[in-house]
Write a protein that binds this ligand. Structure first.
Ligand SMILES: O=c1[nH]c(NC[C@H](O)[C@H](O)[C@H](O)CO)c([N+](=O)[O-])c(=O)[nH]1
Length: 156
């Protein structure tokens, strides 16, 4: 039906007070990325994650996300990680290849290390799709919620 709500219903018992969450984000397309990071951080804080337990690191671009997320997860041992980047088609000849490689790479990091890695790569056909318009949805919020929920699964 027309008022179908796209997106996810967050779990009701999110509690991040004992969690440490790593956020690895790109500097490519930083205007959009920074908004996504802000959405994720605010969501973590509003669900009781302590500010000192939110670890922020940046990398040049999306292709670096899997390597940096794996190295930083092994070093910092977070309860979960959010990898955030934005690929915009047309600005790269290899849009499909980078997004394919990064999505598989991030999935493997989480499975190999058994640390939940939240997939925060937006693959956009144009900037308008970033959803940063006033009535747009900030996907960073969903990723913050998922980071807590998934960490609680592994912590329980
Ligand atoms: O994060 C991005 N990296 C991009 N390329 C850089 C790539 O991720 C690596 O940083 C680079 O290839 C060096 O390894 C992009 N484009 O090329 O368009 C892009 O849109 N977004």
């Amino acid at each position: 039906n027309k008022d179908f709500v796209k997106g996810v219903i967050p779990s009701s018992d999110l509690n991040g007070e004992n969690l440490k969450v790593l956020i690895v984000h790109t500097r490519w397309n930083s205007e959009i990325v920074n908004e996504l990071v802000k959405g994720a951080v605010e969501t973590l804080l509003s669900n009781k994650v302590k500010p000192d337990n939110i670890l922020l690191h940046s990398v040049p671009g999306a292709y670096e996300l899997p390597f940096a997320t794996k190295k930083l997860c092994k070093l910092l041992k977070p309860d979960s990680a959010i990898s955030i980047g934005v690929l915009i088609k047309g600005s790269t000849m290899h849009f499909e290849y980078i997004s394919e490689a990064v999505s598989h790479g991030l999935m493997n990091v989480g499975l190999e290390l058994e640390i939940p890695v939240i997939f925060g790569l937006l693959t956009l056909l144009n900037e308008q799709q970033a959803g940063m318009t006033p009535d747009g949805h900030n996907h960073g919020i969903d990723w913050g919620q998922a980071a807590i929920e998934m960490a609680q699964i592994t912590a329980s």
